[in-house]
Design a binder for this molecule. Structure first.
Ligand SMILES: [Zn+2]
Ligand SMILES: [Zn+2]
Length: 366
């Protein structure tokens, strides 16, 4: 075991990431030390890097992380199924760790714990510097939901599980499932394509995917979309497709993943009477969206927001990826690997080329 870990440190928008070295921690009860094998860069990392989202500084970005347990304390943590972890286990873990005792933890909302510890979002401090994925090692705190990864899952498929996949699993759970239903997925990025495959696996009858990017719409078909609609110009075509697919009623369930105000207004218009709308994409500051309360009341609409997710969503995300990765081209969504020393180039490549994901693979380069 080395005594220290390299990590790429973010000090503020417009500053290049700096490779620094941190000592490895002494582990306390319930903690774990992970050797990171892969970290995929998420859209929210890019929002932070470009200054559209604030975060405590300096920090180690990266929260879609996969790794191997390399050290455990005498009181080792368990995985989400209650089985003790062992050194050598291949794992991912929840984006946020929760205390299990506060008001929200005891009211079925651990995602909003009062003591929330969020990987890839914490300021570096002396007690716990290694909290992000752009690093060789990550120090897991007690209260982290840890999930074992089956050896059949390639790194590129498993790595986005703890952000993109678990979030859409939570959205579908909160949305009430989709068996035999017509669903609208707004946005065909990493989350939208994952949601499309999830709905197709989950028994949806028709899956209508909208986006402004024609290449992403073409990809959505490979992930199980039955209809794709460009909303680059105006909304008329989407209304037509939905009317035709549902006999004029509207969709049963819509999931909004873009966070764009006009997309949210459009989604509300396209729900059937009694329809459910789950908002996921609005995770950055944006103008308010005018909605008609009368429309919501008279149409019996349900609108829910989802941010972070519950531990069981991560477990279900990994189960879904295990059964679905041979049927949908999930692995193709990670387009390129970079070394940790090249983390800055990885971020710049992601901003410039806009692939769904790039990966940073920390070992073998230092
Ligand atoms: Zn993310
Ligand atoms: Zn709590």
């Amino acid at each position: 075991m080395p005594e220290s870990s390299h990590a790429a440190v973010f000090t503020g928008a417009d500053n290049p990431l700096e490779l620094r070295r941190f000592p490895l921690p002494e582990l306390k009860a319930g903690e774990a030390l992970i050797r990171i094998t892969c970290c995929t860069i998420c859209g929210s990392d890019l929002h932070t890097y470009e200054g559209r989202r604030t975060t405590p500084l300096p920090t180690i970005l990266g929260h879609e992380i996969l790794g191997e347990v390399v050290a455990l304390p005498a009181v080792a943590p368990c995985d989400v199924d209650g089985k003790k972890l062992s050194v050598g286990d291949r794992v991912t873990w929840s984006i946020a760790a929760s205390c299990g005792e506060c008001f929200y933890c005891t009211h079925d909302l651990p995602a909003k714990c009062d003591q929330l510890f969020k990987y890839g979002h914490e300021a570096i401090n002396q007690q716990h510097p290694l909290s992000g994925g752009l690093s060789q090692y990550c120090h897991l705190t007690a209260g982290t939901a840890i999930v074992r990864i089956p050896s059949s899952l390639p790194d590129a498929v498993a790595c986005p599980a703890n952000c993109a996949t678990a979030t859409v699993v939570a959205a579908l759970r909160i949305g009430g499932g989709c068996i035999n239903e017509t669903v609208l997925i707004q946005g065909a990025g990493m989350l939208g394509l994952s949601a499309t495959a999830l709905m197709a696996s989950g028994g949806a009858k028709q899956i209508i995917v909208s986006d402004i990017n024609p290449e992403r719409l073409a990809q959505a078909v490979q992930f199980g979309a039955t209809h794709t609609v460009s909303v680059a110009d105006e909304d008329g075509e989407l209304a037509e497709v939905i009317a035709k697919a549902t006999g004029g009623r509207g969709v049963d369930l819509a999931i909004e993943l873009s966070g764009a105000a006009d997309s949210i207004q459009s989604g509300l218009q396209h729900l059937r009477m009694g329809g459910r709308y789950v908002l996921v994409g609005s995770v950055f500051p944006a103008p308010d969206v005018p909605v008609s309360a009368e429309w919501i009341v008279r149409r019996w609409l349900t609108i829910r927001g989802v941010h972070n997710y519950a531990p069981e969503d991560l477990r279900d995300a990994v189960l879904f990826l295990e059964e679905a990765h041979t049927r949908y081209p999930l692995e193709s969504l990670v387009s390129k690997n970079f070394r940790l020393a090249d983390a800055e180039q990885a971020v710049r490549y992601a901003i410039r080329e806009k692939p769904h994901r790039v990966a940073v693979v920390p070992f073998g380069d230092n």
